[in-house]
Design a protein around this ligand. Structure first.
Ligand code: SF4
Length: 291
């Protein structure tokens, strides 16, 4: 175990919330998790972008808790309501290896930011025992670039969801007015530290896939994200533009958009993608299309 990593829980500033709590003593920060890792599930998943799903599926581990806490989260039972069970570092290592034996193309860590030390330790231990498939960081992008530098090459594929560059939206829906600044720095770090590489069957070995979930009624904000992608990432990353925002029972009480993306909004997004000459990625609504 890398104790220097675990020490980071003692005065936790792993993410921009900078809570400063001692999670090793059981204190909870904004993410509502102490230093014990909890997961909700660990299985093959076939619904990710094609170069992530590949033929064998993505070995997806849903981690309990979240440092961002979007009000409209589709996985709110795991991220906000705390569904999950404690898993030891040894069992985590075994889980990585089990997913590899089951044919997974990668280890897909969903909402991992608040659990960085234990996940990185688990990956290092699993590599020593034969884990050879890529590790994928599937995050909200609300990260400290300094925390990402703790990874020492443990992560191969970055899958940040660049949610918005508009601080009034991030304040309203994530209680994080600093989200745009933090996410921009984090995604630039990812871009600077990885390049797109594929295996012979078209599955990703390394690189960055930037997701963006468009919010109904906030198309100007989505346009800003697309412009950012065109400027900083067009030739360095894949875009995954998501239009399947789904209002759940929580959104009505939280003042979040209470409807789906309209046809007109969806058409606008596709038009902007073309105008900005973004040619590498995916457009996901009910069906997935190549851009
Ligand atoms: S990881 Fe959790 S406890 Fe640590 S700074 Fe972020 S929200 Fe706070």
């Amino acid at each position: 175990m890398n104790n220097a990593l675990v020490q980071a829980y003692s005065d936790c500033r792993l993410c921009p919330r900078n809570c400063g709590v001692n999670r090793n003593l059981g204190e909870l920060g904004y993410c509502k998790e102490n230093s014990q890792l909890r997961i909700s599930s660990a299985d093959l998943h076939f619904g990710e972008e094609p170069p992530i799903t590949g033929k064998g599926g993505s070995g997806t581990i849903f981690i309990t808790g979240c440092n961002l806490g979007c009000l409209f989260c589709q996985n709110w039972d795991i991220s906000i309501s705390g569904k999950g069970r404690i898993i030891s570092e040894k069992e985590l290592t075994e889980t990585f290896l089990r997913l590899q034996r089951a044919g997974a193309e990668n280890i897909n860590l969903v909402t991992p930011t608040h659990a960085t030390p234990v996940l990185i330790n688990g990956l290092i231990a699993a590599r020593k025992k034969g884990l050879s498939i890529p590790a994928l960081w599937n995050s909200s992008a609300y990260e400290n670039a300094e925390t990402l530098s703790m990874f020492e090459g443990s992560i191969d594929i970055w899958l940040p969801d660049l949610k918005t560059l508009d601080s009034s939206i991030s304040d309203k829906y994530f209680n994080a007015p600093d989200y745009p600044e933090a996410a921009e720095k984090a995604v630039l770090y990812m871009l600077d530290n990885s390049e797109l590489r594929y295996n012979s069957k078209g599955a990703l070995l390394s690189g960055v896939v930037i997701r963006h979930l468009a919010l109904p009624g906030h198309m100007d904000a989505s346009r800003k994200v697309l412009q950012w992608f065109a400027k900083h990432a067009r030739n360095r990353a894949l875009l995954s533009l998501l239009t399947q925002y789904t209002p759940n029972h929580r959104v009505y009480s939280k003042n979040c958009p209470g409807r789906y993306i309209s046809r007109e909004e969806s058409a606008d997004l596709l038009r902007w993608v073309k105008e900005l000459k973004i040619e590498n990625g995916f457009f996901q609504g009910r069906n997935l299309k190549l851009i």
